[in-house]
Design a protein around this ligand. Structure first.
Ligand SMILES: Nc1ncnc2c1ncn2[C@@H]1O[C@H](COP(=O)(O)OP(=O)(O)O)[C@@H](O)[C@H]1O
Ligand SMILES: [Mg+2]
Length: 281
């Protein structure tokens, strides 16, 4: 079976700007993939190309084996743009009804209430968008993207405008979606707990993939720190298995040991290491 999303050597040039310079990535199985990178890295451009909204300069994209923009590819994708705005006078239920019409879904009231329930808005079907918090609007946006049960969701900065509680809600929702068999590619310029639930992260910078892997492995171990009476001693190449030997040696040398810590670089450390700092970001 073709992967849900296959991007090969994708490049996009807008007049004088190279937004993408040869990006390859794949999404398959029910997985959460985080596409991370600073503002201007090319994340939105990539997602828009996958939706058929922007034409690439070169390279290839296949959505469930189909070219972007074809009816088959569109049916396989649910998309939520970065700066979406639903009409403030529509209720949650009306927003979904409008999008069912746009997507040609025949799911009717049953699909709408199941989606509102799924995103935790079952109690707010009649609430107007203008009277919803940002977090509620974001969850409504995700419900909209799920109309027609597409196997792949493309979410552009789904948590950037949210407070920590809103981010947690979206994170829990993404985990729930994965459990139901949906794959998600989410763009983000922020590192938060949401990225930490991803099965894989792809970090892009200036149109290129600069790091890729599972977040736990990218955030690799960074040695051992031992606090002694004479100060903190660093053993940058040591791992967990070296700790008993190190402590025994220090004690044998007459040191008093107070605390031992394994140092881990976080995903944020890795991100800052691979992303080039630039003025005005
Ligand atoms: N329609 C456009 N016309 C010209 N330049 C664009 C257009 N869209 C994006 N860009 C430029 O392409 C680069 C990548 O933008 P974008 O894909 O929006 O990045 P990100 O989503 O990672 O912030 C940026 O330098 C941006 O200014
Ligand atoms: Mg963007």
């Amino acid at each position: 079976m073709a992967p849900l999303l296959e991007v090969r050597d994708l490049a996009k040039r807008y007049r004088a700007t190279d937004a993408l310079r040869g990006v390859s990535l794949r999404v398959e199985g029910a997985s959460l993939v985080g596409l991370l990178g600073p503002n201007g890295a090319g994340k939105s451009t990539l997602v828009k190309i996958c939706c058929g909204l922007v034409h690439p300069t070169s390279g290839e994209v296949r959505v469930a084996g189909h070219a972007p923009g074809t009816p088959e590819a569109c049916a396989a994708i649910g998309y939520l743009a970065e700066l979406f705005r639903f009409p403030p006078w529509l209720s949650a239920d009306e927003v979904l009804r409008l999008h069912q019409e746009l997507a040609g879904s025949r799911g009717g009231a049953e699909e709408r209430s199941a989606l509102l329930e799924l995103v935790g808005l079952g109690y707010a079907a009649g609430r107007r968008v203008g009277e919803m918090s940002k977090g509620m609007q974001q969850r409504l946006g995700i419900a909209q993207a799920l109309i027609g049960s597409p196997p792949l969701l493309l979410l552009d900065e789904p948590t950037s405008a949210l407070d920590p509680a809103g981010r947690r809600d979206v994170r829990d929702l993404l985990v729930e979606l994965r459990a139901r068999g949906t794959s998600v590619l989410l763009n983000s310029h922020l590192l938060s707990e949401v990225e930490l639930v991803c099965d894989r992260v792809v970090i892009i910078d200036a149109g290129r993939v600069v790091a890729e892997g599972d977040p736990g492995r990218l955030a690799r171990a960074g040695g051992v720190e031992i606090e002694t009476a004479s100060g903190i001693r660093h053993f940058p190449d040591a791992g967990r298995d070296d700790i008993p030997g190190l402590v025994a040696r220090l004690v044998a040398e007459g040191e008093r040991v107070y605390e031992v810590r394994q140092v881990r670089s976080t995903l944020e450390d890795v991100y800052l290491e691979v992303v080039t700092p630039q003025e005005g970001r």
